[in-house]
Design a protein around this ligand. Structure first.
Ligand code: CU
Length: 339
């Protein structure tokens, strides 16, 4: 293989690898995403065709120019014939461009219309609020006692249309779960929304898509699309209060959490910890990650985070308070019970 061939193969495999997996705009795991993929293919095909026509026209013109130079012809009749051909080529080209652009506009219109239609039959309502740098997730119900609040992780039943209301508490963020749907901005003081209709089960990654400060890239969320029964089981569990600590170490951790700084920001349902400005911790140990997708949830990362959140995610709103090692030990033991 030539050097150019190798380079092309490497770039193509790199591009394909970046398109695979749980954060993939060409994943097609939602109807909106599938519409966008179709639209993308149509745009790509039309633009590629136009590009090839331009290249063919340029090659043809170059050859004719060379031939004309060689014959050095000053034949009047031929000159007239050439300008006639140029005029017809221009007319054909203008027609092609107009038809192409009109076709693309119509395709965009139908893709948007199809996405907008999904919204009319939402079976689940969510409110997602962007914060520097984490996502607050609220499942909205007519009965507030049946509403679930969680953070940085969304569970969705497959094939159920979901209406997501988007808000921001500070700066502009953008909600993007590329496998399922397109982006939508979260703007302070305004309410926006997006529709999700996941059509395949799986675990996907959402990411803030609008630069929102120093930890913008660490503002991710896990989206778990599962069969309806699994979703209902998860939802029922999320409605339950936090488990009661059992061992002396867990009890010491519980006491620390509900009586010290933690409780003024974090909520743990069923305990005196009722803070609302930081992620809800009622079932934090049932999630896949902490710190908005920054760290996988495991004991080591919990220790690191509780002891010194500023070294794990510099600039985040949780201060490093210089805890005593025995308190860190106890708090982590308690947090691990919050399944
Ligand atoms: Cu953001």
């Amino acid at each position: 293989m030539t050097r150019a061939g190798r380079l092309l193969a490497m770039s193509l495999s790199g591009a394909l690898a970046s398109c695979a997996g749980k954060q993939n705009a060409l994943g097609g795991q939602g109807t909106e995403d599938a519409n966008f993929i179709l639209l993308f293919v149509v745009f790509l095909a039309v633009c590629a065709l136009m590009y090839l026509i331009v290249l063919a026209g340029l090659t043809f013109a170059r050859r004719r120019g060379r031939n004309a130079d060689r014959t050095n012809s000053v034949d009047e009749g031929r000159h007239e014939q050439t300008s006639l051909r140029t005029r017809s080529a221009l007319v054909i080209w203008t027609g092609l461009v107009t038809a192409g652009l009109t076709g693309l506009t119509v395709a965009s219109f139908f893709a948007d219309r199809s996405n907008a239609r999904n919204t009319r039959r939402a079976g689940l309502m969510l409110t997602v609020t962007g914060n520097q740098w984490w996502w607050n997730v609220q499942y909205d119900t007519s009965d507030p006692s049946k509403s679930v609040r969680t953070a940085n992780e969304i569970h969705l039943p497959v094939n159920v249309p979901v209406h997501v209301t988007l808000k921001s508490n500070d700066v502009i963020h953008s909600f993007w779960v590329p496998n399922v749907a397109g982006k939508q901005d979260l703007i302070p003081g305004r309410v926006t929304d997006v529709e999700l209709l996941p059509t395949r089960t799986g675990i996907f990654r959402g990411q803030c898509a609008e630069f929102c400060g120093v930890q913008h890239s660490h503002m991710a969320l896990d989206v778990i699309v599962e069969p309806l029964v699994d979703f209902q089981r998860w939802y029922a569990h999320q409605l339950s209060l936090a488990p009661t600590p059992a061992t002396p170490l867990q009890i010491a951790g519980y006491r620390y959490v509900v009586s010290r700084e933690c409780s003024s920001c974090h909520n743990i349902a069923g305990t005196p910890a009722g803070g609302q400005i930081a992620p809800d911790l009622t079932h934090v140990a049932s999630r896949r990650s902490i710190a908005a997708g920054t760290l996988p949830l495991n004991r080591g990362n919990l220790y690191g985070w509780v002891a010194d959140p500023q070294s794990q995610k510099p600039g985040n709103r949780m201060p490093t308070i210089g805890m005593d090692p025995k308190d860190i030990h106890a708090v982590v033991a308690y947090l691990e019970t919050l399944k």
